[in-house]
Design a protein around this ligand. Structure first.
Ligand code: SAH
Length: 467
């Protein structure tokens, strides 16, 4: 480690900036934001920098740097484009034990200014030890996008309770458990959801009851239709946090792999005809694991509330007063349609879209067919492959034109994404000739025609190969 990261309180201290241009201005700005009194020295100084110095309680001198400028300075930043002056400043500062930073010349620095993610009072600093400020900045940008703004507010809240928690739970280990529970549990989630007062109330009551044993919770998370890039940030965050993951057949391995490495994985998969674990057992398992104090992730294909039985899984949890949250996912209809160049609605062709289950019960499909045959409506069938012939027959029988285009999308949004296009009249015959791989989604409506213009690629894999 070349540098020891330190956060320095520089409010009210005297800091010197040598240089009078834009870089000097930027550095002076950082110093004044942390409350320093800044003095600038340079033969010519930008007006804005002069004002900044004056307002901070410092001064400015339009002349060459002199060693005496370092008197009382805690930190000096050399921001001139003259290498010799920078060197003189650096040497003079080192001789007097004044911290020195020279812009773009790490070898002359005793301190470096990191790239920062500012979620005050939470601050994350990234440094490449002066080797690649650009790399540090890129990394910073990544952190910036994954750390919600609400972390700052969460830190604030924790700060407010810190002393009281220390008094209430004097034991260090128990206190750490308590904070881990708060920071990874429902209190933090309430803060992230912007419900500050509710979070504070809950923290207040947790502290009152302080039995710092972890309390379980359940996250019902939509994993999208297949492509891992279609996960939400929130899904990913909870996936990295959960102690145990329950997932089923529709969730791709690459997605399960994004869960915390040491999380326990339970396959509760459901194939159409062979239920690996009955729904009731899944519901009970969720309750049992949460009661053991675990953070349980229930990962579902697509969106948990669209043909996902999410409601049933939650009912038991609600009854047992186990905290849970639901994270929406991209449902198969949205994912498959986008990746196939089929807009589900279109000003000219479809003013509404209907998601319908084509699941067969006792070899029949009890659907309000007359509602599905309007020409200006797109109808999407989930779980419709087995009943495809019935779907086509009934749609035609109830008045939808036999020439209405229809798409059968297989393994949508995955590298094996495949689309079969036909009509209500031709599709049943088409599928008997093709090898069709589940899961499949059926889209019926005029919008399927737009695919000819809009589907210039089928899958991300193909896109990557396209010139
Ligand atoms: N909750 C899920 C749907 C579960 S029902 C969602 O919102 O997407 C299961 C059905 O979804 C499958 O039978 C199939 O019709 C459809 N489906 C899910 N993922 C799919 C995919 N990648 N490609 C095509 N169809 C898919």
């Amino acid at each position: 480690m070349d540098y020891l990261p330190l956060f320095t309180r520089i409010a009210q201290t005297h800091c010197l900036v040598v240089g009078g241009g834009t870089v000097a201005l930027r550095k002076a700005g950082a110093l004044t934001r942390a409350g320093a009194r800044v003095t600038a020295v340079a033969p010519s100084i930008e007006a804005q920098l002069k004002t900044l110095c004056r307002d901070s309680g410092g001064a400015f001198h339009e002349r060459e740097f002199a060693e005496s400028d370092l008197e009382n300075a805690m930190l000096v930043i050399a921001a001139t484009d003259d290498v010799d002056i920078n060197r003189v400043v650096s040497e003079a500062a080192k001789a007097r034990n004044v911290l020195v930073n020279v812009v773009d010349q790490p070898e002359l620095c005793t301190v470096i200014l990191p790239s920062i993610v500012d979620r005050s009072p939470l601050i994350i600093a990234v440094s490449s030890g002066g080797r690649s400020p650009v790399l540090a900045r890129l990394l910073r940008a990544r952190l910036e996008s994954t750390i919600p703004a609400s972390y700052g507010r969460l830190t604030e809240l924790v700060g407010k309770f810190r002393d009281r928690v220390r008094q209430r739970i004097p034991d260090f280990d128990l206190r750490r458990d308590f904070w881990e529970h708060i920071l990874q549990g429902p209190v933090a989630e309430l803060m992230f959801a912007g419900r500050r007062q509710a979070a504070e109330d809950m923290l207040e009551s947790e502290l009152r009851d302080a039995k710092p044993a972890p309390r379980g919770e359940v996250y019902l998370v939509g994993a999208g239709p297949g492509d891992p890039d279609l996960l939400t940030f929130k899904a990913l965050r909870l996936m990295q946090k959960a102690d145990v993951v329950l997932y089923d057949r529709l969730v791709a391995d690459e997605i399960v792999d994004l869960c915390r490495k040491d999380a326990e994985r339970v396959y509760v998969g459901k194939a159409r005809s062979q239920h690996t674990m009955p729904q009731e057992d899944i519901n009970q398992l969720l309750i049992r694991l949460a009661k053991e104090g675990k953070r349980v992730l229930r990962l579902k294909g697509g969106d948990p509330f669209i043909f996902g039985r999410g409601g049933e899984e939650l009912a038991g949890l609600a009854q047992e007063r186990i905290p849970f949250q639901v994270v929406p996912g991209i449902t198969a209809a949205a994912g498959c349609a986008s990746y196939s160049g089929i807009p589900l609605t279109h000003r000219d062709y479809a003013q509404s879209v209907r998601f319908v289950t084509g699941h067969l019960k006792d070899n029949t499909m009890d659907l309000p067919w007359q509602e599905l045959v309007h020409t200006q409506q797109t109808v999407v069938f989930y779980m419709g492959l087995q009943g495809l012939a019935i779907i086509c027959r009934e749609m035609i029988a109830h008045g939808r034109h036999a020439d209405t285009p229809m798409a059968l999308i297989q393994q949508g949004t995955t590298p094996n994404h495949k689309v079969l296009v036909g009509t209500l009249a031709t599709m049943p015959e088409l599928v008997t000739r093709e090898e069709v791989v589940a899961p499949t989604l059926i889209i019926v409506g005029e919008v399927v025609r737009l695919r000819e213009q809009l589907a210039w690629y089928e899958s991300p894999a193909q896109l990557a190969q396209d010139p």
